[in-house]
Design a binder for this molecule. Structure first.
Ligand SMILES: Cc1ncc(COP(=O)(O)O)c(C=O)c1O
Length: 374
């Protein structure tokens, strides 16, 4: 081949659709520290107590059946969700993690030239999914690191197709009350889909909070997405679910892969739901260690947003040696993994998951030493 032939052959390689190469691939939290055996993993908001023993049993019990396809309709899981939350099973769509629902919803309702709206420090999967279909991600500013309904409504244009609000939001930990969410829905044109991503709903105890069920019930354009990756601690199983109006459930069922939730994931999720005591213990654990950690880090002089999730967002000083990068390095050198927030436009913050009591004490001790040394 001559060099001219080579370069024209290179030009002939497959080209991804517009938008795809604009995606900065999602980078998950780190899980290993070279040379450290017992790593404290606080980078991915995984449930502090791990999964329910009953979920583990259900998972293991499936070992002899893995040559079988799973139930493509996740019927037992949808029935268990319907009974646990008082919902209609036919309006629940299960998925391979709630990430899958985000991409399915965007694929279903947006395309090139359309806009997908989300809040400034919203979950990174929203712009990733939008770019994946050639749509334009549009970010509305927040106030005090909290979703601002007026800013979202002001950013709606005739091209807006979906609005994503994580409530509570990751990584800020803040939430908006049910009345604010209803005001957002009421201000949207009827053809715009409002996606309430309630991945952390189970941790929230605030009386003015509602995960989205009420709004889904009385509208045709609101979807609530949930996950088994957080309080149920089944992130490795990849199970999420959406509660939808009939019209949207129908669309998602046409678009999703036929066997999108694996058999072990379905079984583990059903067992996790049935183990209400364990979920209650996980919630009580967070209710204790979230304020404990927030107060301890505030006493060290860090700025914390008031979080209602299973994580805190801690803001550091600007100066080299005391900033978030230096704190991250220092904690990593002690085997503690937290999450850098540069990708969320918060380069001076670290997100720290609420782990076990012992792990939270280790975080506070490490940061106390870091801040006194620098
Ligand atoms: C707000 C939010 N939504 C969705 C997800 C995705 O969760 P999964 O795909 O594990 O269900 C996460 C995970 O961190 C999240 O923080």
């Amino acid at each position: 081949m001559t060099s001219t032939e080579t370069s024209s052959a290179e030009k002939l390689q497959p080209v991804a659709r517009p938008g795809v190469l604009d995606i900065a691939p999602y980078i998950g939290g780190e899980s290993k520290v070279p040379g450290v055996n017992r790593v404290i993993r606080l980078a991915s908001n995984e449930g502090a107590l791990g999964p329910s023993p009953r979920a583990l049993e259900a998972y293991k019990a499936l070992a002899g059946e893995i040559h079988r396809y799973p139930d493509g309709g996740s019927a037992a899981l949808r029935a268990a969700l319907a009974s646990r939350f008082g919902l209609e099973a036919e309006r629940i769509v299960c998925s391979g993690g709630s990430d899958e629902l985000i991409t399915l919803l965007v694929r279903a309702y947006a395309g090139p030239g359309d806009e997908v709206l989300y809040s400034q420090h919203g979950f990174l999967m929203y712009p990733i999914a939008a770019k994946g279909v050639g749509a334009t991600p549009v970010m509305a500013p927040e106030k005090n690191l909290t979703t601002d309904v007026d800013a979202l409504l002001a950013a709606v244009t005739e091209r807006t197709r979906l609005v994503f609000v994580a409530n509570p939001n990751n990584p800020t930990g803040t939430y908006i009350p049910a009345a604010e969410m209803a005001r957002l829905q009421a201000g949207l044109p009827a053809h715009v889909v409002l996606v309430i991503d309630a991945a952390y709903a189970e941790y929230v105890g605030q009386h003015d909070y509602e995960p989205g069920i009420e709004l889904v019930r009385r509208t045709t354009n609101t979807v609530m997405t949930r996950t088994f990756s957080k309080i149920y601690a089944l992130g490795g199983m990849r199970v999420g679910w959406a509660y939808c109006p009939d019209n949207i459930a129908d669309v998602l069922n046409r678009l999703r892969n036929p066997f999108n939730v694996n058999a072990a994931g379905q079984a583990a999720a059903v067992a996790a739901l049935e183990d209400a005591d364990f979920a209650q213990r996980s919630r009580a654990h967070n209710d204790k260690w979230l304020p404990w950690t927030s107060e301890a880090l505030t006493r060290l002089g860090l700025k914390l947003t008031p979080s209602v999730g299973n994580f805190v967002l801690a803001q550091f000083a600007d100066d080299a040696g005391r900033n978030a990068d230096a704190a991250w390095d220092y904690m990593k050198s002690r085997g503690i993994l937290t999450r850098k927030m540069g990708a969320y436009g918060l380069p001076n913050a670290l997100r720290i998951t609420i782990g076990t009591g012992e792990e939270m004490k280790a975080v506070v001790e490490a940061l106390s030493q870091f801040l006194s040394k620098s």
